[in-house]
Design a protein around this ligand. Structure first.
Ligand SMILES: *[C@@H]1O[C@H](CO)[C@@H](O)[C@H](O)[C@H]1NC(C)=O
Ligand SMILES: *[C@@H]1O[C@H](CO)[C@@H](O)[C@H](O)[C@H]1NC(C)=O
Ligand SMILES: *[C@@H]1O[C@H](CO)[C@@H](O)[C@H](O)[C@H]1NC(C)=O
Ligand SMILES: *[C@@H]1O[C@H](CO)[C@@H](O)[C@H](O)[C@H]1NC(C)=O
Length: 427
């Protein structure tokens, strides 16, 4: 078993279908390509030998044979080209049938653990009659292929021992699209979480510097983080006592800031679970927890230990990038809250992929809360507006405001609460 299959899509284990029939199909197709071409060649040569019988035999025959031999060799090379092309098409078809891209683990430098992890495993009881699946395939992101060296480094550890302190290597891989990462057989560094407080007191008490890993980070404590701007939306966002964090969603600084009570009222009591995109240190989820609404906060640890901080507050962090399909089923959330992530920078298509995925996980009647979306200019705002309107949501709130940025330029901000419509199937 020399090849290894990589998944495309979400993070669950993948399965490989029986390929017996597709191989048989390939052989059949190759055979038919060959026979068709050989038959054409035969027809061509036999007709040429019968038509030269009367006139000036010797010379003409000679000339014609000569001409036709080169003609024939031309034909043969054309046929060979066609066969070659067919073979390429067939192997492409086979790849498509399998649904995998392949990573070459026969290369030197590929860590043995990676090979082992990726090895296919036959189902112990043979082919599954319902699904036709014959083997289980472990999955890693298909973009891991671009970073095989880093991936091998990541998979290089002592089995059963302590994992290297390399969470930032893991995050680097994820940021390069290598997601999901392979599992490892080593113990992650563990930190005594001394002084975790009971819920809901945990939501607003400062988190001790000691219960967080600081390796690979510029700052080594929360005071340092609070003196800096971390990313776009985290200004002193780890300060739960003195900063502005504790006023968010309960006191408005501008007309673009909606209050949690107002938004929940729009959901007429049906808001129980939600997803927060661009959730910073988890304050949205914390405020929602106070209203008995469970919100998950996807976040990486870019420049700060967001995941540990959020978890210490007693809310739910999820470590994955927003570049992959959300690992949630369709129509499950009552609420999606999004800060900035759709409107900024990125190409229009990227925005659309994200917006469609948000739409997918939100249930009909659920609320999409766009919170202070930054649109660099009017044009960007128009594009975003058009994109949103395409989805046919009901605009429960819609506020466009301007704020003056540090350099004195006015910036456009959009805040909205939108309700997902019930869509009847359009054929
Ligand atoms: C040789 O090929 C020409 C066409 O290129 C054809 O017209 C002719 O009949 C062929 N002659 C023989 C002897 O096959
Ligand atoms: C055949 O061609 C040769 C050389 O071109 C010529 O000498 C001869 O007369 C021709 N014969 C006939 C039957 O056309
Ligand atoms: C909040 O401010 C007070 C008074 O300035 C200070 O003593 C305290 O350490 C601050 N708390 C945090 C968590 O920064
Ligand atoms: C949340 O749930 C608890 C326990 O059921 C209840 O006592 C409390 O009033 C609820 N809070 C809100 C804001 O609904």
């Amino acid at each position: 078993m020399g090849t290894v299959s990589l998944k495309i899509g979400d993070g669950t284990a993948r399965f490989k279908r029986a390929t017996l029939c597709s191989s048989a199909l390939n052989v059949l197709m190759l055979f038919s390509v060959l026979t068709t071409n050989l038959f054409a060649l035969y027809a061509f040569t036999s007709s040429s030998s019968s038509s030269s019988s009367n006139t000036n035999q010797s010379v003409q025959h000679h000339i014609i044979d000569h001409k036709n031999i080169s003609f024939i060799s031309e034909q043969v090379s054309l046929i060979l080209k066609e066969i070659d092309l067919s073979q390429k098409k067939l192997s492409q078809m086979e790849k498509e049938v399998l649904g995998y891209e392949n990573i070459d683990i026969s290369k030197p430098n590929v860590a043995n653990e990676l090979k082992l992890f990726l090895q296919h495993h036959l189902l112990p009881l043979g082919k599954d009659s319902k699904t036709g699946i014959t083997e289980m395939v472990a999955s890693v992101g298909h973009s891991c292929e671009k970073s095989v060296d880093l991936l091998s480094q990541y998979m290089n550890y002592k089995i059963g021992g302590s994992c290297p302190d390399d969470w930032s290597l893991a995050q680097k891989l994820i940021l390069r699209g290598c997601e999901p990462l392979p599992r490892r057989r080593c113990f992650a560094k563990s930190i005594p979480k001394v002084g975790l407080l009971p819920f809901p007191i945990s939501l607003w008490k400062p988190i001790s510097d000691k219960i967080v890993t600081w390796s690979g980070l510029g700052c080594k404590n929360f005071a340092c983080l609070n003196s800096k701007q971390i990313g776009k939306d985290c200004v002193a966002c780890f300060d739960l006592v003195n900063g502005t964090e504790k006023y968010r969603f309960v006191k408005a600084k501008s007309k673009n800031d909606f209050l949690i009570d107002d938004v929940l009222a729009l959901g007429s009591g049906g808001i129980r679970i939600g997803l927060d995109i661009g959730g910073g240190s988890g304050t949205f989820a914390a405020r929602m927890a106070e209203k008995n609404v469970t919100v998950v906060t996807p976040t990486l640890n870019v420049d700060a230990p967001f995941n540990e901080f959020i978890a210490a507050r007693g809310i739910f962090p999820m470590f994955f990038s927003l570049d992959q399909r959300f690992p949630f089923y369709d129509n499950v959330f009552d609420l999606v809250h999004a800060v900035n992530q759709l409107g900024d920078g990125g190409r229009q298509e990227k925005m659309e992929f994200l917006m469609f995925d948000v739409d997918r996980v939100l249930r009909a009647g659920g609320l999409l809360w766009l919170d202070n979306f930054h649109c660099i200019d009017e044009e960007k705002k128009t594009t975003l507006t058009r994109l949103i309107e395409q989805f046919g949501y009901k605009k429960l709130k819609w506020v466009v405001g301007e704020k003056i940025d540090a350099s004195g330029k006015p910036q456009v901000y959009l805040s909205a609460v939108l309700q997902k419509p019930v869509r009847v199937k359009s054929s």
